[in-house]
Design a protein around this ligand. Sequence first.
Ligand code: DNO
Length: 360
Amino acid sequence: MKMTFRWYGEGDSIPLSFIRQIPGMTGVVTAVYDIPVGEVWPLEKILRLRSLCQAQGLEMEVIESVPVHEDIKLGCPTRDRYIENYAKTIENLGQAGVRCVCYNFMPVFDWLRTDLHTPRPDGSNALSYCHEALMGLDPHDLHLPGWDESYTQDQLEALLQAYSGMSHETLFDNLVYFLNGILPACDRANIHMAIHPDDPPWDMFGLPRIITGPDSYRRLFEAVPNPHNGITLCTGSLGASRDNDMVAMAASLASRTYFAHLRQIRFSGERDFCECGHQTREGSLDMYGIVKALVDHGFDGYVRPDHGRNIWGEDGKPGYGLYDRALGACYLTGLFEAAEAERAGRTGSTRGTRSTLGSS
Ligand code: DNO
């Protein structure tokens, strides 16, 4: 596996020079942030990002995300142009050495939380989700913490109208249409697509969500068997549903998992949770069980720590400060070292954690 760290480009308050100092770090996960959704990412912009990373000895092999235009999710007649653009972006990314692209297929809203600064007993604070509080919000007048409010009220209203009544089947068909449109480019560029699950994994405000549990993946791989069609296993997203057994899912999905977001949550109600430190004892998910299941089933992709708490006085971008994610990365690297050593001992395999910055 390769340990990576999300970096929000030149606007990120965390410099690459700090990220490289996290032991075991091989690269960053980033994106071009100043191109409107649906337009082609110019090769020069991608290469510039890569050279900034390389100057700090960091790889840039994973992109999170290349966003999918709503017209594609809606299945509008205009989608073919956006799919063509997406394919062109994939080709440009391939030329820059990118190997994996994370994306999601959630209508209108990406991840949702109801509080970004929930105080924890140890004096830190973290993101949390309360289902009742979310259900009490009016989707037509939303001011969600952390949500990118890039839509005007009118645009949001029009989008909600356009989606109204859309079934899960139609959204799924639109995903398949999208994948079939871009996979030839992925094959040429040798890029793995890694769909991020819906966070949290249930319908929101009447909008369908389709990447929520084991059945979603069964259906997805049946419909699009091309091995470049893969997933981002996000434990914090999928794990928020008590129906999802994350250790079993890690085992059964390992071979199609190209990117793993390994994040811990602690349940505080049936559908309520608070984010917490990555360690197993901090929350409700068995992190070692998940890592071991991935390793034992042949996972050899990219990993990143996910949302961290604000600790040690840091007031970072919600979920994306430096300190707690760095602690998470070190913890996860240790879990992988142990699981890979154990597996090698059992199978006589020489495969292990790939070389890191320190090897050169
Ligand atoms: C939240 C992230 C998501 C993720 C996208 C992938 O912290 O995990 O925003 O980047 O859903 O497309």
